[in-house]
Design a protein around this ligand. Structure first.
Ligand code: PRP
Length: 178
């Protein structure tokens, strides 16, 4: 893979904002009877999405974060996911919303949900901004999805390529050039 690339806009910042607002309305309605929703962002990619999403939620929320190890190339065969940074709070008996930037193969989300389920939340649902259905290798699914996207290498709005481009306000697709 070459190191020279350009980023083409795939989803504008305005379109993202409109979708986040719509998702937040649905989520607020779904959890309207919840005393205090625990919103869990999976680091690092979800940090911008969760920041915008919680500000649109019409609910009392607690915000927490969890960082799972990326299985990367070296761990491709095992697809194992470990917790690098755990939650600060308890989720037993609580209503939980897991916020993910992108679901690709689904291994990260599947393993994180399995780990969190052992802590016996009352209800646990997932909101993912982006979903790549064509890449899925597991049966995991987010209850709320911002956008289904093709198998593009995406960046921006929290998502990186080699730890760059997370700060783009829109979602872009990486295109490698000579
Ligand atoms: C990315 C993304 C998801 C995961 C999706 O995280 O944020 O967590 O990969 O891929 P999967 O569905 O194939 O498991 P990454 O490991 O790049 O870490 P980051 O969030 O810190 O950028």
């Amino acid at each position: 893979m070459g190191e020279n690339y350009v980023v083409d806009e795939l989803i504008s910042a305005k379109a993202v904002a409109a979708r986040v607002e719509a998702l937040a309305k649905e989520i607020s309605a779904y959890f309207r009877d919840t005393d205090k929703l625990v919103v869990i962002g999976l680091l690092r990619g979800s940090f911008i999405f969760i920041a915008d999403l919680v500000r649109e939620l019409d609910l009392p929320v607690e915000v927490d974060f969890l960082e799972a190890s990326s299985y990367g190339d070296a761990m491709e065969s095992s697809r194992e996911v470990r917790i690098l940074k755990d939650l600060r709070g308890e989720i037993a008996g609580r209503d939980v919303l897991v916020v993910e930037d992108i679901v690709d193969t689904g291994y990260t989300l599947k393993h994180v949900l399995e780990i969190l389920a052992t802590r016996h939340p009352r209800r646990m649902e997932v909101c993912a901004l982006l979903n790549k259905p064509s890449r899925r290798e597991t049966d995991v699914a987010a209850k709320w999805v911002g956008f289904d996207i093709p198998d593009e290498f995406v960046v921006g709005y929290g998502i990186d390529y080699a730890q760059r481009n997370r700060n783009l306000p829109h979602i872009g697709a990486v295109r490698f050039v000579e």
